[in-house]
Design a binder for this molecule. Structure first.
Ligand code: HEM
Ligand SMILES: *[C@@H]1O[C@H](CO)[C@@H](O)[C@H](O)[C@H]1NC(C)=O
Ligand SMILES: *[C@@H]1O[C@H](CO)[C@@H](O)[C@H](O)[C@H]1NC(C)=O
Ligand SMILES: *[C@@H]1O[C@H](CO)[C@@H](O)[C@H](O)[C@H]1NC(C)=O
Length: 321
């Protein structure tokens, strides 16, 4: 098999990517739509630019949506399917409070369909959109390998296999390694938490009744803990209450790693990156070099977004053909 990608990397990375690209049987390529839908990337980039101009929360939503898609059945657009009859789809499963902006992908799909009907998968549109929103937030850019197929199955119960914000390091490591992702990928991809917002429920384990001896997680900065406690009281809490992931939630930067070192990250799973020497040193490295973070993020995004597994090119991202 050839190495199809013009990434700025050595042969070792290239062969590693080829291995993961062919996971479940087919390879992705950078020039996949060159003949069949040459304008696909510019159509999607314009659609994303317009969506983000109207709603600053779209980038965080789509980056997270792509992560969820890839972690369940591979990046096959299963997260985009609607519930049908008695089948509850992933998007209506438990961690659904924060998945939103599906309309941005649906509208990009409509525009792509009018230019090249039946050619581009919803899974590819989501992967390209995830790249575009990182760029629109001031982050790095990269070439996205394409050729994903859309899946025909989406089950709410499977969202239970997503990593939880209460996970410790070994649980996180296991969740990532089950998908062919390394601890470096774990640290780099967690940097997605530079964008967006979290509801109280995702970090309340750390601020109320943390353990039999501590009401608050002792690894959390006391100032942050008291401010989160007032935003997220046990009772009478507004349904949408929560906190931005960092003070610059629409800018893709390395602030997230600086906050972890100060005990100011939101989730146990963020703080857990300090509990193994290897991940701790990566957190330090990314906190002091945004460039190192960007390079690692790009490499890991290409790996994560190449976990594939679909069967068809859906006509409508919400329903199977
Ligand atoms: C390492 C394991 C991960 C865990 C445990 C985790 C957990 C979470 C949780 C609990 C939320 C908040 C949901 C809410 O309460 O609204 C969240 C938000 C988010 N996550 Fe993660 N996540 C992980 C990895 C990732 C990865 C790999 C990415 C992308 C590369 C990502 C991107 C995001 C983004 C952008 C948001 C903000 C969403 C928004 O504002 O709409 N996360 N994550
Ligand atoms: C989210 O999931 C919960 C629990 O599975 C469910 O009761 C609720 O209806 C879902 N909400 C949405 C907006 O789909
Ligand atoms: C991580 O959590 C799992 C499950 O709760 C537990 O069995 C394990 O001992 C924990 N590991 C560490 C290092 O705390
Ligand atoms: C805190 O946890 C203890 C033991 O798990 C439980 O008995 C108690 O009701 C909890 N308190 C609150 C306020 O949830």
């Amino acid at each position: 098999m050839m190495c199809l990608f013009a990434i700025r990397a050595g042969a070792a990375l290239c062969s590693l990517l080829v291995l993961s690209f062919s996971y479940r049987g087919y390879a992705l390529s950078l020039n996949y739509y060159d003949k069949t839908c040459p304008n696909v990337e510019s159509i999607i980039a314009t659609a994303m630019k317009n969506a983000v101009a109207k709603d600053k929360t779209v980038p965080a939503a789509l980056l997270r949506m792509h992560f969820h898609d890839c972690f369940i059945r591979g990046c096959d657009g299963s997260v985009l399917l609607d519930s049908v009859g008695s089948n509850t789809a992933e998007k209506d499963g438990p961690p659904n409070v924060s998945l939103h902006a599906f309309y941005a992908i649906e509208s990009a799909k409509k525009q792509v369909e009018s230019s090249c009907p039946g050619i581009v998968s919803c899974a590819d549109i989501l992967a390209l959109a995830a790249r575009d929103v990182v760029v629109l937030s001031g982050g790095p850019t990269w070439d996205v390998p394409k050729g994903r197929l859309d899946g025909r199955t989406s089950q709410a119960a499977e969202t239970r296999s997503l990593p939880a914000p209460t996970f410790n390091f070994s649980q996180l490591q296991q969740s990532f390694s089950q998908r062919g992702l390394s601890t470096e990928d774990l640290v780099a991809l967690s940097g997605g938490h530079t964008l967006g917002f979290s509801h109280c429920s995702s970090f309340e384990n750390r601020i109320h009744n943390f353990s039999s001896t501590n009401d608050v997680d002792p690894s959390m900065h006391p100032g942050l803990a008291s401010s989160l406690k007032s935003t997220c009281p046990i009772n009478n809490r507004p349904r949408n209450a929560g906190s931005n992931m960092d003070p610059s939630p629409t800018t893709f930067d390395n602030t997230y790693y600086k906050l972890i070192l100060q005990g100011k990250s939101l989730f146990s799973s963020d703080q857990a990156l300090l509990t193994s020497p290897k991940t701790k040193s990566l957190v330090s490295k990314f906190s002091s070099s945004q460039d190192a973070f960007y390079k690692a993020f790009v490499k890991s995004m290409i790996k994560m977004s190449s976990i594939n597994g679909g069967q068809e090119i859906r006509k409508d991202c919400r329903v199977v053909n």
